[in-house]
Design a protein around this ligand. Structure first.
Ligand code: C5P
Length: 234
């Protein structure tokens, strides 16, 4: 039996949290790193659980940490914890398998985006509910982005400059009609870094909604400092 938060909710949220987080420097799995004294995963789940549309949450934890994550989240929210896989995409597929068939909307949300506000979760879910098969939160790109290739002496050389005006940074939660995400994962071949990419490959439209600065992905040590500052701002 899948634990439920809100029986009237129409959304399942999958939280891939099985990454090693090597870019954060040495330490345990990224989702369990502390931010203001609590694991990133706890911050993330608390905000997911505060979203009124959410009926059920499935966390993909590192295989060795499933029991520990279950204990950790027991007092935060009712969640299902499954063992994740070697790639993010595999972790998502394993979590998806635990979602009851009658939940119409599935969101995929990185544990590393620990400060994502419930309002963003609701706006992505609302856009799927309004008829969009796949929805992603995006922000404009602030840096100039260049495409590079190998240079002569082990350096990189610029191949071209992409027009920044048509680029977007993509966040999570990414939202899908349950059947659309299931079909996309069933036909997935190469691992991608996000789930909307699978839907794009299947030829379906992916719709953008405005993202949030608070949904930053805590990836590098500096991000932890920024996240801590953002927590204290609120
Ligand atoms: O590595 P990256 O920052 O893209 O990871 C994004 C999210 O995917 C993180 O929350 C991480 O824990 C999760 N992940 C996973 N299983 C993996 C690799 C990453 O659940 N094998």
């Amino acid at each position: 039996v899948t634990p439920q938060l809100n029986a009237r909710g129409d959304v399942a949220v999958l939280v891939p949290a099985a990454g090693a987080g090597l870019r954060l420097g040495p330490g345990g799995p990224k989702a369990l790193r502390l931010l203001a004294g609590e694991p990133l995963l706890v911050h993330a789940i608390r905000r997911v659980a505060a979203s009124p549309s959410v009926r059920t949450i499935v966390v993909a934890a590192p295989a060795a940490e499933v029991e520990a994550v279950r204990d950790l989240l027991a007092t935060v929210a009712p969640v299902t914890v499954v063992a994740g896989g070697a790639e993010r995409q595999e972790s998502v597929a394993l979590a998806l398998a635990a979602v009851p068939a009658d939940v119409p909307i599935v969101l995929v949300h990185d544990a590393a985006r620990a400060l994502t506000p419930p309002e963003l979760i609701e706006s992505v879910a609302a856009a799927v509910r309004a008829g969009h098969p796949a929805v992603i939160p995006v922000l404009p790109v602030v840096d100039t982005i260049k495409e590079v290739g190998p240079g002569g002496d082990g350096s990189e050389t610029v191949l071209g400059t992409v027009d920044r005006a048509v680029l977007r940074s993509v966040q999570t939660p990414q939202g899908f009609r349950h059947d659309v995400l299931a079909a996309a994962h069933a036909s997935a071949s190469d691992p991608l870094t996000d789930d909307a990419g699978l839907v794009e490959k299947a030829g379906l439209p992916v719709t953008c909604v405005p993202g949030s600065d608070l949904a930053l992905k805590i990836t590098r040590p500096l991000d932890l400092v920024l996240a801590e500052a953002l927590l204290h701002l609120r």
